[in-house]
Design a binder for this molecule. Sequence first.
Ligand code: ZN
Length: 143
Amino acid sequence: MKALTVRPPYAGQIVTGRKLVENRTRPTYYRGKILIHAGAAVHDHFKEIASTVTDPMGAIVGEVTILGSHSAAGCTRLDCRDLGGFRPGSAEVDFKDGPLHHWVLSDPVQYREPVPATGALGYWAPPESVMERVREQRRLLHD
Ligand SMILES: [Zn+2]
């Protein structure tokens, strides 16, 4: 399974289903399950309250299914508006190097215990030592 690093607190919002749209400068062609890794530092949007963010950092916190992506320009999908999709030109958009895309997510799952790991850009493959602990967390979901 591949992982995607998302900066806190967005990573936690994704795996708990509060944010089911990820804003990225590129479309995604991958479809299916992906591990959500909480990055080592909070997102710039939260830097002024960074000390109050208690989410796990530098850890895989759960998983989600990627259904697809589309351009944010002209997007009228209600779930994008309500579940974390940014609108081009809005104050929260700080993408200077490309158009904005909405990645549509579903079936969020939060693990009982975060699995510490070092993240990377784009989709990345966690090392086997990390995947062993991820598999343990996935087994616990069915207990
Ligand atoms: Zn959208």
